[in-house]
Design a protein around this ligand. Structure first.
Ligand SMILES: C[S@@+](CC[C@H](N)C(=O)[O-])C[C@H]1O[C@@H](n2cnc3c(N)ncnc32)[C@H](O)[C@@H]1O
Length: 300
């Protein structure tokens, strides 16, 4: 598996922002900077790029690197705090906002946070600093070792749509009685031993959904997304656009339904009647793009 991030739906997302050279654009999930670079190349010296990432290491890696004619602000922040970010910058309105949700490859493969079921790492799963208790009141390790069997099952079912949630939760609780579960490797073994044989040997790794669920819970991803959409829309200028790329059905449902409500109740226009998905060419180069869905909405 490649360890450098490959940007998904780059052309589609950036074109979808329909940006003018003097636009003010927010890239709410800077990541490895793939979308941001493309946006920046289209902005002139009156333009501005404000890029956020909850993971400080993403910001640090691109500080001084991401340059163009426009003003660039790189800020470590959760996108749910976009309102205070824009207030601090004294930028009340922006012309476009992009969010490309989830993790980037550098965090996933050997990033040290236990996001991947293919690496044995401490089980934190926070996008940002795990010792920042205001942002992360609990880590994946806390859920696994301290939460009740029922709560663990609810997380796995609710955020991962894991059909064997109850069996996995029961096994976790059983195993932690002898010793705490500290690493992603231990958790993978427990999940594998809890599920039926056909699931263990299926096309998708048996830990995929549980790992997704824990990550969503630790980072409070669904509430962050809901808050972010509302705040982003409030700060859009007329004709401004919000584009969001999701990677699983729970997030996509939130975006779809929130956009519908914004269209019905606030007169916004949904630009993508159906979500935009990756072309055959992109899928051939980047299998991760198979689950990507891009939706765009415009303020009138
Ligand atoms: C899929 S990557 C973005 C990749 C980027 N578009 C590129 O082309 O390189 C998602 C990034 O969003 C960050 N992220 C996830 N949730 C976030 C949130 N709520 N606020 C800010 N950043 C977040 C992650 O740390 C990760 O770096």
């Amino acid at each position: 598996m490649t360890t450098t991030h490959v940007t998904v739906l780059k052309k589609e997302a950036v074109e979808g922002l329909s940006l003018r050279p003097e636009a003010i654009i927010v890239d709410a999930t800077l990541g490895a900077g793939g979308h941001a670079r493309d946006i920046l190349s289209q902005l002139n010296s009156d333009g501005m790029l404000i890029a956020l990432d909850a993971d400080e290491s993403a910001i640090e890696a691109l500080e001084g690197e991401l340059k163009g004619d426009a003003t660039v602000h790189l800020i470590t922040a959760n996108f749910r705090t976009l309102d205070s970010v824009l207030t601090k910058l004294d930028v009340p309105h922006v012309d476009g906002v992009l969010a490309d949700l989830g993790w980037r490859m550098e965090q996933f493969a050997g990033g040290g946070k236990g996001f991947s079921f293919q690496h044995d790492e401490p089980l934190t799963m926070t996008f940002g600093n795990p010792t920042d208790e205001d942002s992360y009141p609990f880590t994946a390790k806390d859920i696994i070792n301290e939460w009740s069997e029922e709560s663990i099952a609810n997380v796995l079912k609710g955020y991962g749509e894991e059909r064997f949630a109850k069996r996995i939760a029961r096994k976790i609780v059983e195993e932690r009685e002898s010793a705490p579960i500290e690493t992603s490797g231990q958790l993978v073994e427990i999940i594998s031993s809890a599920v039926p044989g056909f699931y263990r040997t299926g096309k998708t790794h048996p830990a995929t959904r549980s790992f997704q669920a824990l990550r969503i819970a630790v980072n409070d991803e669904l509430a962050s997304l809901e808050e972010f959409i509302q705040v982003a829309v409030q700060h859009l200028s007329p004709n401004g656009r919000l584009a969001i790329i999701t990677f699983h059905s729970i997030e996509d449902r939130i975006v779809k339904h929130t956009f519908r409500t914004l269209a019905a109740e606030h007169g916004m226009t949904i630009i993508t009647k159906k979500p935009v998905t990756a072309s055959k060419e992109e899928l051939a180069e980047n299998p991760r793009a198979r689950s990507a869905k891009l939706r765009i909405i415009q303020k009138n």
